[in-house]
Design a binder for this molecule. Structure first.
Ligand SMILES: Nc1ncnc2c1ncn2[C@@H]1O[C@H](COP(=O)(O)OS(=O)(=O)O)[C@@H](OP(=O)(O)O)[C@H]1O
Length: 327
């Protein structure tokens, strides 16, 4: 029995019973993860996702920032917000919202923020368009309203080695004190078996990868390593995808470069809001900015771990054409 579910007063009784009927595994920063609609998630997320699926009405101007956790969500939200709002929030303004808010506050998560209160179905109809939302939900579990609308989904994932290390470090930083530390070896087995938040990671990637091939005008598939290598190129690609390409004048004025600087790891990490602010009651923003590098996994994984995860990647993603730069 998962006593922690009984203690959660943000879950309805019906939801608790449904969740307790699902397969479960040890969690990373909660006692358990539950297998819901083919992916692993926390009880509160399941309730929020169900409400989202039952009530969300997409608009064709909506923009979703969809991501594998720990693969560049914060960065992609910042870039998306800056690009889309650059007419009403000038990039070089001292009052730019990204200087005083964390990107998760500007592009709210569906499963934590927007639908995070179980007794309230939010009225989203009056939010200024385009509405920006973030989510870790796999493509197959997005409501039909989104799939049938013409809205835009920008997706990012990252090489699984770095995603794993980032997830493991983050989980241990933000877990409640009563949960034991998750050691590297246990976390690694869980990750390779697919039991990680919103995993298995390969299904998550393949869902959006396949959709981006089918509907490239609606789903833009990005990789953290590619963004790091040439952020200028990808920023322009994003702006075109959102139907607001940079004009020559903007390019000449340095707007693209200024967005890159504003959203850079170094700049964001040093902002007051990201040093001392918190994401709700859940964690301190500073934990979202660790190293921001490609290849930190080489400092943590043994040769046999590298071999094992390489085999998982080859087995699950080998035929898809999806490849990653590892370092
Ligand atoms: N601006 C910017 N540029 C480049 N990289 C950045 C940026 N902001 C955060 N990061 C790095 O992204 C990792 C956190 O991933 P997410 O933002 O996806 O986390 S979360 O899912 O929203 O919790 C985490 O990676 P690691 O350092 O490897 O742990 C962050 O350091």
């Amino acid at each position: 029995m998962d006593e922690s579910i009984e203690e959660q007063d943000n879950l309805s009784q019906e939801m608790k019973e449904m969740i307790l009927s699902l397969p479960r595994e040890r969690g990373w920063r909660t006692p358990y993860l539950y297998l819901f609609q083919g992916f692993w998630c926390q009880p509160a997320e399941i309730q929020a996702i169900s409400t989202f699926q039952n009530h969300f009405q997409a608009k064709k101007s909506d923009v979703f920032v969809a991501t594998v956790p720990k693969s560049g969500t914060t960065w992609l939200k910042a870039l998306t917000f800056a690009i889309i709002n650059r007419q009403n929030h000038f990039i070089s303004s001292k009052n730019h919202p990204l200087l005083s808010f964390n990107p998760h506050d500007l592009v709210p998560f569906i499963e934590y923020t927007v639908y995070g209160k179980h007794d309230k179905i939010p009225d989203l109809s009056n939010i200024q368009e385009p509405r920006l939302f973030g989510t870790h939900i796999p493509f197959d579990s997005l409501p039909n309203s989104i799939k049938d609308s013409n809205c835009k989904i920008v997706y990012i994932c990252r090489n699984p080695f770095d995603t794993f290390i980032s997830s493991w470090c983050f989980a241990n930083k933000i877990k409640p004190p009563h949960l034991p530390t998750l050691n590297l070896e246990d976390a690694f087995e869980m990750y390779c078996n697919g039991s990680v938040g919103f995993g298995p990671f390969w299904n998550h990637m393949l869902g959006y990868w396949n959709e981006s091939k089918e509907r490239p005008k609606n789903v833009l598939f990005l990789k953290y390593e590619d963004m790091k290598e040439d952020v200028h190129f990808h920023l322009k690609k994003m702006a075109e995808f959102f139907n607001c390409p940079f004009t020559l004048e903007e390019e000449n004025e340095g707007v693209v470069e200024n967005i890159i600087k504003l959203c850079s790891f170094e700049k964001m990490k040093e902002l007051e809001i990201n040093k001392i602010g918190t994401f709700g009651r859940n964690f301190e923003n500073k934990h979202l900015f660790r190293k921001g590098e490609i290849g930190d996994w080489t400092n943590h994984l043994s040769p046999s771990m590298v071999d094992k995860l390489s085999k998982v990647i080859e087995e699950k993603l080998g035929g898809s054409g999806l490849k990653f730069r590892m370092k």
